[in-house]
Design a protein around this ligand. Structure first.
Ligand SMILES: *Cc1c(COP(=O)(O)O)cnc(C)c1O
Length: 236
């Protein structure tokens, strides 16, 4: 892990929050309609704390063990944690209660397990459904057509609340090439919202990372997941 001069992280946070505001403005969206999820995977607690001091309020992790190790260091801070990585069924029990939002529900099976474990814990877990928007063979996520067929059943799970969709588009050479994928996710969210299922809202679109979050905001992102642009390159 690299050690940064603390001010560097604070500076980057300010820059990104400004860029988010400008992108909202360009897109004619109200200020505050996009929230920054700072992706803290592999980042050490001191560096995360620096970012929190500079205004980060949502922290995203993609590994259960790493996240659970860091969360206790921030119980005094006004932050919430989001889980953004692939979640194994056997780890579901340990994430319930620690994450405000799970971005990465990618199978019907996982949804059922989350519902079961949240029920046991007397909770209702907020989730996003992850969509493999580019239809890539090796990538996690629901195929767009499958989601249309599965969502009515998922909507009936009593201890899970579907808040929207998440995607990681195929890698592209430049940010603008990701635009059609972001647009496609937004269209899918509109289509699902039109089903008007009682427990499903399509309020949140989690899309856009360090390289392309401004384009994602122009296309309707409400949550952008940014790691490298805040904390620097990851070395692990
Ligand atoms: C690592 C990660 C990010 C952040 O990627 P950067 O390019 O570092 O901004 C976003 N989303 C997910 C799911 C990730 O695993």
């Amino acid at each position: 892990m690299e050690t940064l001069i603390p001010d560097v992280i604070a500076q980057r946070v300010h820059t990104i929050l400004t860029k988010i505001r400008l992108a909202e403005e360009r897109a004619g969206r109200p200020a505050g309609s996009v929230r920054l999820v700072a992706v803290t995977k592999t980042v050490k607690v001191e560096d995360i704390a620096e970012g929190v001091g500079a205004g980060l309020s949502i922290l995203g992790e993609n590994r259960v063990q790493d996240a659970l190790g860091k969360i206790p260091s921030f119980t005094q801070a006004p932050v919430q944690w989001h889980f953004i990585g692939q979640l194994q069924r056997r780890k579901v029990r340990s994430v319930i209660g620690s994450f405000e939002l799970i971005h990465s529900v990618d199978t019907v099976d996982l949804a059922h397990e989350i519902d079961r474990r949240a029920g046991e814990a007397g909770r209702r877990q907020n989730v996003l459904l992850e969509v493999n928007i580019g239809g890539e063979p090796t990538k996690a996520g629901f195929h767009p057509d499958d989601i249309v067929h599965s969502i009515a059943r998922l909507a009936q799970l009593p201890h899970m609340c579907i808040k929207g969709l998440m995607t990681i588009p195929p890698p592209t050479a430049d940010p603008d090439s990701a635009r059609p994928y972001f647009r496609k996710l937004h269209d899918l969210a509109r289509q699902l919202a039109a089903l008007a299922l009682p427990t499903v809202s399509m309020d949140e679109l989690s899309m856009g990372m360090s390289n392309d979050y401004e384009v994602a905001i122009e296309e309707g992102a409400t949550l952008v997941r940014v790691g490298t642009a805040i904390f620097g390159a990851r070395h692990v």
